[in-house]
Design a protein. Structure first.
Length: 329
């Protein structure tokens, strides 16, 4: 794959006359754009002639904080959604198998080459939003997002196992804050902005990943290792918050939450909204408490914040685009 900029990827570069492997390889460039809380992408890909394997990384230091590997699955769900939408856009999506081999717990999904295409204009809209540079999060206290935009976000997010619940009242937002700030959580910043990933060629232990592999890894700053005391100003009472919820609180629910989150973010980008990760709701007791704060149906997985775009003179600097990943042979 060439070293073109990830944020500059264009569908005109799709190898329409290429082999299935070349088409799958091109689709992975879009998957690198998938957003994750904490600015970390916990996946890599194995590529064969007619299939992509989505693999969860192994990382003992992170697993000490995340023993259930919940946030690994959230990130993998985000990448899965981006990859599925890309393959459908180019008419290449075949069978998708989730957790196909219990003997390989790191194997999250297998996506086979096929002929499946986009179903409607909304899916085309979400695909078009993928390569857009992420919008800078607007400051807390911004005007609320309109009801029409909230409806569009909710419609895009709703799936068989995942959906959005909006926290629209001041009382509800305060309840969410009380839950999320109930006790200090090491390594979690108060809000994460969406930024591109830095490319890596090895896992966290320094060992080179087995060929053939695409690996997309950590940003320059690892916020998991930087304890930050959250500090939310009073203006948060007017913020537009949305809670990603799922039917189950297990690996299937977490993977679905990642996909729901990714669909929502793409819809936000298509609408011209800014967005940020407000809280990944890491603690199980916090997720249980949020069932009372935002409705007892389902399990709260991630809290997102939305707002209008900033003007040009208000924009904060984003990380520089990075080059596309390479195949290790």
């Amino acid at each position: 794959m060439s070293a073109r900029k990830i944020w500059g990827v264009s569908e005109v570069d799709f190898p329409a006359t290429g082999s299935p492997r070349q088409k799958l390889e091109f689709a992975l460039t879009y998957a690198t754009l998938a957003p994750t809380a904490g600015n970390w992408q916990p996946w890599y890909f194995r590529l064969t002639e007619t299939r992509v394997d989505l693999m969860a990384k192994k990382n003992p230091s992170r697993e000490e904080i995340d023993p259930d590997r919940r946030e690994f699955m959230l990130g993998c769900g985000s990448a899965l959604l981006y990859l599925k939408h890309t393959l459908k856009h180019f008419g290449c999506l075949g069978r998708v198998e989730l957790f196909p081999d219990l003997g390989q717990p790191e194997l999250v999904a297998q996506l086979h080459f096929g002929t499946g295409r986009e179903r409607d204009a909304r899916e085309k809209l979400l695909f078009d939003a993928m390569p857009k540079s992420p919008a800078s999060p607007s400051p807390l206290g911004e005007p609320p997002v309109t009801a029409a935009m909230l409806s569009a976000l909710a419609h895009a997010a709703t799936g068989e196992r995942g959906w959005l619940d909006f926290v629209q009242s001041e009382i509800g937002r305060r309840q969410v804050l009380e839950v999320t700030l109930a006790q200090p959580r090491p390594g979690m910043n108060s809000a994460y902005s969406n930024r591109p990933a830095m490319t890596e060629t090895a896992d966290e232990s320094g060992e080179r990943l087995p060929p053939p592999v695409f690996a997309f890894g950590d940003r320059a700053v690892d916020v998991w290792k930087e304890p930050v005391e959250p500090d939310f100003p009073p203006a948060v009472a007017t913020a537009t918050l949305a809670v990603v919820k799922t039917k189950t609180d297990d690996k299937h629910g977490w993977l679905e939450a990642g996909q729901t989150m990714a669909r929502t973010i793409l819809q936000a980008q298509a609408l011209g909204l800014s967005w940020a990760f407000f809280d990944p709701v890491r603690r199980r007791d916090a997720r249980a408490a949020l069932r009372t704060a935002v409705g007892r149906k389902g399990f709260a997985q991630v809290i997102l914040r939305f707002g209008p775009l900033l003007t040009d003179d208000q924009l904060v600097g984003l990380a520089a685009p990075v080059v596309a990943p390479q195949v290790f042979r």
